[in-house]
Design a protein around this ligand. Structure first.
Ligand code: AMP
Length: 586
C-alpha cells in the first residue's frame, strides 16, 4: 500500500488509498501482523517465544509477552554494542533512536530503520492530503522550527540521535517535503547546527527573507513555536538590521551557519523597513505570525497533550490564522494521522493507520486510570492487562496502547493513555489523554516517578546532615504561572532552617537532569522550581482520603504527582503549606 515518495504525490489518490486501508482495518491489521512476524520469524526474540510459524493474533497474544522498554533493553543493548545477528529484526538495525524516556536521566535507545521512515512519510502525506483539502497551499516554503539533536556513534558504531533527527537526515524526508510543495526555508546547516539559540535566530531570519513564500509555519511540538515567537519579540530589531545591511549579526558564531546564511542574506532595506513598520504597529504582538507571513495558510504542530497549555499564546500570535494539530507518534513509531484538520486542537483525534504496525489496547477502568496517572502500577488492583484488538475498542473508553512494529518491537507498552472518540471507516480515532507514567512535564521535559525520586533523594541528603528526613513527598506542575514550573511538596520530620531549605530547593531543581528540563530551565521556558513545605500529618490526611474512597491501606501508594483532576488531594496539600521557596539554581 505504501507509495514511493519519488512518484508524483497526488493528495486525492492518497486519500483514496487511506479510505481503502481503513475500510477493513481489522483485516489489514491481521495482514500487517502476519507480515511483521514472517519477516522476523528467524529472530532470536520471536524464536525464544516459540511462535514457530504461527502468525495469527491469537497465537501471538498467547505466546509473546507484553513488555516494557526495560524488558527489551538487554536485546537492544546488544544491537547498540554492534551485534548484527537477527536479534529483534530479520534485517540488521543500522541506526538507533533516542527516546525521551528519562529514567535515571538517561534517554532510552530504540531501534530505527527504513520502515519507520516509510511510515513517517505515510503519516505525513496522509494528514497533509486531508489538510490540503480544507486548507490548500500553493507552491512555496515552510518555516519550520526544527532542530536536530547531536548524532553520535554507539559503542558498536551505529549512528544514534533522536527519531526526528534521524527522519530529518533521511533523503526521503526532503523528497516528501518537496512533493508536498513545502520545502523548509532554512538550510541544513541551520537545522543541524550545534547551538539551538543560533539555529532559532537563523530560522527566524530565513523565514523573514522568504516571508512572501511562506505557506506554513510549523514545528514538531507547539512549544517550539511559542518559544520562537517569544524570542522574536526580543530580537526583531536585530533581525531587521541584518536584513537591511545584508550582514549577519555577530551573535551567530558557528562558521557553517554563517557561510550558509551569507548565501541567502542580501541587503534589502525595503523588506527591513516593512518588517520594522509592521512590528511597530502591532499591539502586544497580537497577530504577529500572519503579519510577518501574509501568505501563510495555517500553523502546524503537535498541540495536544502536554502542548495544550501553549494554545492561548499561540492563538494570540496567530490571530485568525488556523491552528492545525499534527499527528500522533513516538520515537518507537507512528500511530495515527489527524484526518479531521477542522477540529480545534483541543478536540484533535488521530486515525490509526492499520498497515504501519499492529496495535493492541489495554482497557483502563476510569478509577484505575486515575491511579495509574498518579504513579501507581497497573497491577495496583491485582489486574492482569487484557488487551483488545483495534477493531474491538469501544467509543468513549480509555486504553493504554501496545505497539508491534517493523522495527523490532513486539507488544511494547508505549506508556500512553488514549481515548476512542469514534471511527474513520473501521479504524479508531484516538484522542491523546496522557503519559501513563509521566509525572512532570511542561513542554519538552519529561520526568518520571523515578526521576522525581532521585531528585528528592539527593536533596534529602542535605537534610540528613541536620538529622532531619523527608517523611513523604509529592509534586505537581503549576501552569498558573507563566512560564509554568514544578512544585515539590515535602513533609519533613522536624524544623529545618530557611538556609537549608533554600539549598534543598536548588538541589531539587538541579537534580532533574532530563535534557528537555535542563534546556527549558536555561532559557526560562520553565520557571524556577518551588519547594512547598507541608505541616506534619498532611500525608496521613491524604491516606485517609484514599481509604475513605475504598482503597486498602496495605495497597496505598502516595500519589507522587497530583493532577488537576485530583482536586481533593490538591486541596489537602494546599491547605497544609507552611513555607515555600523558589529555586535560584539557574
Ligand atoms: P518521544 O518518546 O520523545 O518520541 O515522545 C513520544 C511521546 O510524545 C508519545 O508517546 C506521547 O506521549 C507524546 N506525543 C506524541 N505525539 C503526540 C500528540 N499528537 N499528542 C500528544 N502527545 C503526543
Amino acid at each position: 500500500m505504501l507509495e514511493k515518495v519519488e512518484k508524483a504525490f497526488d493528495p486525492e489518490e492518497f486519500i483514496e488509498e487511506f479510505e481503502v486501508l481503513t475500510r477493513d482495518a481489522g483485516r489489514v491489521q491481521n495482514e500487517t501482523l502476519k507480515k511483521i512476524l514472517e519477516e522476523n520469524r528467524r529472530t532470536e526474540y520471536l524464536q525464544k517465544w516459540g511462535l514457530d510459524g504461527k502468525f495469527d493474533p491469537k497465537s501471538f497474544a498467547e505466546l509473546v509477552p507484553i513488555v516494557t522498554h526495560k524488558d527489551l533493553e538487554p536485546f537492544i543493548r546488544r544491537i547498540v554494542d554492534g551485534d548484527a545477528s537477527p536479534i529483534l529484526t530479520g534485517k540488521p538495525i543500522k541506526t538507533i533512536s533516542l527516546s525521551s524516556g528519562t529514567t535515571q536521566g538517561k534517554p532510552k535507545f530504540v531501534p530505527f530503520n527504513d520502515d519507520l521512515v516509510e511510515s513517517t512519510m505515510q503519516i505525513y502525506k496522509t494528514s497533509f492530503a486531508f489538510r490540503n483539502r480544507e486548507y490548500p497551499i500553493g507552491s512555496g516554503k515552510a518555516l519550520q522550527f526544527i532542530y536536530s539533536s547531536k548524532q553520535f556513534k554507539t559503542s558498536g558504531g551505529l549512528p544514534a540521535g533522536t527519531a526526528t533527527t534521524n527522519v530529518y537526515r533521511s533523503s526521503q524526508y526532503k523528497k516528501t517535503m518537496k512533493a508536498m510543495q513545502t520545502p523548509c526555508c532554512s538550510p541544513d546547516e541551520v537545522i543541524f547546527g550545534p547551538d539551538f539559540h543560533q539555529s532559532l535566530y537563523c530560522h527566524l531570519l530565513c523565514g523573514l527573507i522568504s516571508s512572501d513564500d511562506i505557506q506554513v509555519v510549523s514545528s514538531t511540538f507547539a512549544h517550539s513555536l511559542v518559544h520562537a515567537f517569544r524570542t522574536f519579540e526580543q530580537v526583531w530589531e536585530e533581525l531587521c538590521n541584518d536584513i537591511r545591511n545584508g550582514v549577519l549579526t555577530s551573535r551567530i558564531t558557528v562558521p557553517s551557519i554563517r557561510t550558509a546564511m551569507s548565501k541567502l542574506l542580501k541587503p534589502n532595506p525595503e523588506l527591513a523597513d516593512m518588517i520594522y513598520e509592521k512590528c511597530s504597529r502591532l499591539s502586544n504582538w497580537y497577530g504577529l505570525i500572519p503579519e510577518l507571513f501574509p501568505n501563510a495558510k495555517y500553523i502546524y504542530g503537535i498541540m495536544t497533550g502536554s502542548m495544550e497549555p501553549y494554545l492561548n499564546k499561540l492563538r494570540h500570535y496567530a490571530a485568525d490564522l488556523p491552528l492545525l494539530s499534527a499527528d500522533y507518534g513516538s520515537s518507537e513509531g507512528w500511530i495515527g494521522a489527524n484526518v479531521n484538520p477542522n477540529l480545534p486542537p483541543e478536540l484533535a483525534t488521530f486515525a490509526v493507520l492499520p498497515n504501519i504496525g499492529y496495535f493492541e489496547f489495554i482497557p483502563l477502568r476510569q478509577n484505575l486510570d486515575n491511579l495509574a496517572v498518579e504513579g501507581s502500577d497497573a497491577t495496583f488492583l491485582g489486574l492482569e492487562p487484557k488487551p483488545v484488538g483495534l477493531s474491538e475498542v469501544k467509543v468513549g473508553e480509555e486504553y493504554e496502547i501496545l505497539v508491534t512494529n517493523f522495527a523490532g518491537l513486539y507488544r511494547y507498552r508505549l506508556g500512553d493513555v488514549v481515548k476512542v472518540m469514534g471511527f474513520h471507516n473501521s479504524t479508531p480515532e484516538l484522542q491523546f489523554v496522557c503519559r501513563r507514567n509521566l509525572l512532570l512535564t511542561i513542554n519538552i521535559d519529561k520526568n518520571t516517578e523515578r526521576d522525581l525520586q532521585l531528585s528528592v533523594e539527593s536533596a534529602a541528603k542535605l537534610l540528613a546532615a541536620e538529622k532531619l528526613e523527608v517523611v513523604d513527598f509529592s509534586s505537581r506542575v503549576d501552569l498558573s504561572t507563566d512560564p509554568g514550573h514544578y512544585v515539590i511538596y515535602w513533609e519533613i520530620s522536624g524544623e529545618a532552617n530557611d538556609e537549608i531549605l533554600r539549598e534543598c530547593c536548588n538541589c531539587l531543581d538541579k537534580s532533574f537532569v532530563d535534557a528537555g528540563y535542563m534546556s527549558s530551565r536555561k532559557v526560562n521556558a520553565i520557571g524556577p522550581l518551588e519547594l512547598r513545605v507541608l505541616r506534619k500529618g498532611t500525608f496521613h490526611e491524604v491516606l485517609d482520603h484514599f481509604v475513605g474512597m475504598g482503597c486498602a491501606v496495605s495497597q496505598f501508594k502516595t500519589p507522587r504527582c497530583v493532577g488537576a483532576n485530583n482536586s481533593r488531594v490538591l486541596q489537602i496539600l494546599s491547605n497544609n503549606v507552611v513555607k515555600n521557596y523558589f529555586s535560584t539554581a539557574y
